[in-house]
Design a protein around this ligand. Sequence first.
Ligand code: SAM
Length: 335
Amino acid sequence: MTLTAASLIKTATGFYEAQALYAAVELGVFSKVADGPVPFERLRDDLGLHQNVAGDFLDALVAMRLLTRDASGYGPTAAASAYLTPGAPEYIGGFLALNQRRLYPAWGDLTSFLKTAANLAHGAKVDDPMPALYATPQRTRSFAEGMDGYATLLGRPISEKFDWSSVKSFADLGGCRGMLTTRIAAAHPHLEGVTFDLAPLNPLFDELVASTDLGTRVRFQAGSFFTDPLPETEVYVIGHVLHDWVESQRRQIIQRAYDHLPAGGALLIYDSMIDDQREESAFGLLMSLNMALLSGSSEYTIAQGEGWLREAGFQVDSPVALNELTTLLIGRKPQ
Ligand SMILES: C[S@@+](CC[C@H](N)C(=O)[O-])C[C@H]1O[C@@H](n2cnc3c(N)ncnc32)[C@H](O)[C@@H]1O
């Protein structure tokens, strides 16, 4: 793609769109229009928008293909209904809120960070970020909702792109409150699933499972993937976890997974991996900087991930694209 001055200006002002999207979610625009078109004045007043800006804001959402507008008022587009309406199966609002509250401010002084990288882990070990994230029940919930907002999107491709027919059980290591576990288990009624994560997530897992009909087919196991025995299942999933840690810690997690899996078992790893030439995956590379900003860690290339899997003893399938942002690696423990 050839860049023009106009396209550079669109990049430079991309945060206008991001902030309009965050505000629309925060204000509850998509809940208000979920049941059909709402006239302008009513929507403006229900949302508490000032009349001087309401028209431009709502029409900008139309131009961004988030709202429709006709004589009866504003309604949701198909994308807004699928991804931005609370309660929709692929609702990503929690992830957007996490970006709005935590990531947007963290990116605010990237220039200084690029010169100091003050929090970087010096290659040794990332300090565990979880105690701060889980310091209060409210913080735990908002982090978990942020993770839910991405995991909801991956449930379908992981359920479809791995052959689950020959296994009976799986565990999602670092599976947060269990969103992915519930999605895989719902898609494959013969499976039993375990969410393995730190104890503060357990009540939120219970709350999520109570809203499903999965019953005892899914359960929570509290523990650390660095020190505790891992669940006894045939498949492990580790997603958006390795990018929280540095290389030695990633190797340790993968080796422990290999050691705990039965012969013939599989390890599925997903992340926003970087292409091996490090020149195509702008999202993966920027996400890598994001991880550096947040916790001093990084993303990694597909070849690096494959290398760690092989080093642990796994045979590695060809990489699978779960969506345009996320790569899945599958390691198989030999029979
Ligand atoms: C970035 S989140 C990813 C969550 C989920 N897998 C997803 O894709 O949305 C990382 C997860 O790893 C968990 N975690 C961190 N340290 C852990 C440890 N030592 N043992 C088990 N889980 C841990 C966190 O609690 C969190 O749920």
